[in-house]
Design a protein around this ligand. Sequence first.
Ligand code: THU
Length: 133
Amino acid sequence: MEEKEIRALIQKAMEVRKNAYAPYSKFLVGAVLIDEEGREYRGVNVENTSYGLSSCAERNAIFSGVAKGMKKIAVLCVVGDTEDPIRPCGACRQVILEFANEDTKIILSNLHGKYEVFSIEDLLPNSFFVKIY
Ligand code: THU
């Protein structure tokens, strides 16, 4: 991926992030996902007064994609207000794995545009996965 494309995706995720519903943690997260067919989906974190029901931005982007026919993630970009580029939680890593392959690019950024690009193997090595046919 070209630097220009990465920057544009990060910018988009920053815009989406503004829609996050995070009145409890006040930690807003935005995610933009491109599937293998070039279609784009978005997600934000959505919290709840019953804290444990809160749902992460990247998971919401994935679930939104699945509802519209997404099969595999080509690129997933996540942005949050962290000092270093944001890191997805363990649960999200497992959900990303479900829809990723070795070419999937996971771009993690903070609000200053400091970013890193990972594969799912980088984020979740030696993972649990049952092959389905
Ligand atoms: N959160 C995300 O949406 N994505 C991440 O990668 C990290 C954490 C959300 C969950 C919760 O709403 C808030 O950030 C604080 O943990």
